[in-house]
Ligand binder design. Structure first.
Ligand code: PEP
Length: 253
């Protein structure tokens, strides 16, 4: 039985004040919730505050990115060990904005996944196709190329038991367009099938989140799909009311 997860990617948003307000509201509501895991992904500079505010709560936290090096002369970068030091459980890897705006390749993304695992972090490995790629019926091809470095390595494959996959069609991120529940299920089922071909046990336990304009009014039907194990939420994770509405759609609290 997979425990659903609702993860909020704050991207480059938030101030010390807004974080205090948002987390106070989340903590007040998420007190005895055991049927869903909730996590937030603040910008690096807010991690210390988030750690202080969430320590001992039921809400986990992580970072939006990491560097592949451990330490040293890498100005502006943050290592996996630093994230551990700030109590992170998770880290996003390969978000489509990192891939598109910062030219992160499939190879670098897989290396970040490996480094995160080695440091004891759980990566949320993001994959997704663009609108053009879907139109040309290349969705599976693109996704399998993004996953290749994980599925083709016995070590990386085995470490999926400590990771999460997020399917985020690029055309749905921040656009208000959402994959229909059937479209999401089709892709999630395929991803699980690719993993199951190599290791059925890992595939059965692997959480695959959907991301792309999830809101409280569409979350329930998406999360009802058998292979959709929750969501990675961008815009709607910045307002407590909206985010909690999404959490409630896969929880009985
Ligand atoms: C995201 O950034 O991962 C995301 C899914 O954004 P949004 O929910 O705003 O589409």
């Amino acid at each position: 039985m997979r425990k659903p997860m609702v993860a909020g990617n704050w991207k480059m948003n938030g101030t010390k004040q807004s974080v205090g307000e948002l987390l106070a509201a989340l903590k007040e509501q998420i007190t005895h919730v055991s049927d869903v895991e909730v996590a937030v992904f603040p910008p690096y500079v807010l991690l210390g505050q988030v750690e202080q505010l969430l320590a001992g709560s039921l809400v986990s936290w992580g970072a939006q990115n990491l560097d592949i090096h451990t330490e040293g002369a890498y100005t502006g970068e943050i290592s996996a060990h630093m994230l551990k030091d700030f109590g992170c459980t998770y880290v996003l890897v390969g978000h489509s904005e990192r891939r598109a705006l910062y030219h992160e390749s499939n190879e670098l993304t897989v290396e970040k996944y490996r480094v995160a695992i080695a440091a004891g972090l759980s990566p949320i490995f993001c994959i997704g196709e663009t609108f053009e790629e879907r139109k040309k019926e290349k969705t599976y091809e693109v996704l399998s190329a993004q996953l290749l470095g994980i599925l083709s390595s016995q070590e990386n494959l085995a470490s999926l038991k400590n990771a999460v996959i997020a399917y985020e069609p690029v055309w749905a991120i921040g656009t208000g367009l959402t994959a229909s529940p059937e479209m999401a299920q089709d892709v999630h089922q395929k991803i699980r099938f690719w993993v199951a071909e190599r290791d059925k046990h890992i595939a059965d336990g692997l959480r695959i989140l959907y991301g792309g304009s999830v809101k409280s009014d569409n979350a329930k039907s998406l999360f009802a799909m058998p292979d959709v194990d929750g969501g990675l939420i961008g815009g709607a994770s910045l307002k407590a009311h909206d985010f909690l509405g999404i959490v409630k759609s896969c929880s009985s609290f």
